[in-house]
Design a binder for this molecule. Structure first.
Ligand code: AP5
Ligand code: MG
Length: 238
C-alpha cells in the first residue's frame, strides 16, 4: 500500500504529492460518491463539487434554478443538461479548482460528458480527467438510501444502519439535528435507479473506453475504498 493510501486508512491529514487534477466519481444513488469525495478532499485539499448538493442549495435558497429543479429532483429524474452544465461552469471558475476538483454526480448524461470533455479539451493547461466508478449491489443501495441522514450544518453523512452517529439523530460534530433528504424514499430511489441505468450507465462506458478509468468495489469500509481510489489515481497520474 502506498504511504498516502495508509494515510487515508488512518484518517489523518494527508501528505500525498500527487496533483490529482479533475476526478469524476460515478455510480448509482447511494454508492458513496459523497462519502468518498469528502475523504479525498481531506487528502488532497481540492474541492468536492456535488451537483446534487449545489442543486439542493438552490432549492433551499429558492433561486429560479431551484424552483425548476425541486419537482424534478422530487420525482427522481434528472435536471436538464443546460441548467446543470451552466451551474458547473460557474463553480469551475472559482480559484480553488486550480489543482483539481472532485466532480461528485457529474456528468450524468452523455450530453453532460460531451460538454465537460469539450471544455477541458479547450483548456491548454488542463489535465485529462480520471473517472472512478463505484459499484454496490441494489439491495445494499436501498438500505443505504433509506437509512441515510445528514447534518444540515456541516454536511457530514451518516447511516442509521451502517454508520450511525454517537447519539441518535444528532450530528457528532455540530450537535445539530440530522435531516433526511426528500428523495430518500424507496419509491423515488427506484426512479433514480431507472434514470441511472438509462442515462448514466452509458457515461461510465464512455469513460471506460477513454482509459484513465477505475472501477472500485464500494461495499467495503469507507477508508478501504478511499485507499483504493487514491492508489488508482496515483497510478494513472504517474
Ligand atoms: P445526488 O445528490 O447526486 O444523488 P445520487 O446520485 O442519487 O447519489 P446520492 O447522493 O444519493 O448517493 P452518494 O453516492 O453520494 O452516497 P453517499 O455518500 O451519500 O442527486 C440528487 C438529484 O439531483 C438527482 O436525482 C437529480 O435529480 C439531480 N442531479 C444531481 N446531479 C445531476 C446531474 N449531473 N444532472 C442532472 N440532474 C442531477 O452514501 C449513501 C449512504 O450510504 C449514506 O448513509 C452513507 O453513510 C452510507 N455509506 C457510504 N459509504 C458506505 C460504506 N462504504 N459502507 C457503509 N455505508 C456507507
Ligand atoms: Mg451524494
Amino acid at each position: 500500500m502506498s504511504s498516502s493510501a495508509s494515510t487515508v486508512e488512518s484518517g489523518r491529514a494527508a501528505d500525498s504529492k500527487t496533483v490529482p487534477g479533475p476526478i469524476l466519481l460515478l455510480g448509482a444513488p447511494g454508492v458513496g460518491k459523497g462519502t468518498q469525495a469528502k475523504e479525498l478532499v481531506k487528502l488532497w485539499g481540492i474541492p468536492q463539487i456535488s451537483t446534487g448538493d449545489l442543486l439542493r442549495a438552490n432549492v433551499s435558497q429558492g433561486t429560479s434554478l431551484g424552483q425548476v429543479a425541486k419537482e424534478i429532483m422530487g420525482r427522481g429524474e434528472l435536471v436538464p443538461d443546460s441548467l446543470v452544465n451552466e451551474m458547473v461552469a460557474v463553480r469551475l471558475q472559482q480559484p480553488d479548482t486550480a489543482n483539481g476538483y472532485i466532480l461528485d454526480g457529474f456528468p450524468r448524461t452523455l450530453g453532460q460528458a460531451g460538454w465537460l470533455d469539450g471544455r477541458l479539451a479547450a483548456q491548454a493547461k488542463s489535465m485529462p480527467v480520471i473517472a472512478v466508478s463505484i459499484q454496490v449491489d441494489y439491495n445494499q443501495l436501498l438500505r443505504r438510501i433509506t437509512g441515510r441522514r445528514s447534518c444540515p450544518v456541516c454536511q457530514t453523512i451518516y447511516n442509521v444502519h451502517m454508520n450511525p452517529p454517537k447519539r441518535d439523530g444528532v450530528c457528532d460534530v455540530e450537535g445539530a439535528a440530522l435531516v433526511q433528504r426528500a428523495d430518500d424514499t424507496e419509491e423515488v430511489f427506484k426512479e433514480r435507479m431507472r434514470a441511472y441505468e438509462a442515462l448514466t450507465a452509458p457515461v461510465v462506458e464512455h469513460y471506460r473506453a477513454l482509459g484513465r478509468f477505475a472501477e472500485v468495489d464500494g461495499d467495503r469500509p469507507i477508508a478501504a475504498i478511499a485507499a483504493g481510489i487514491v492508489a488508482a489515481v496515483e497510478r494513472m497520474r504517474q
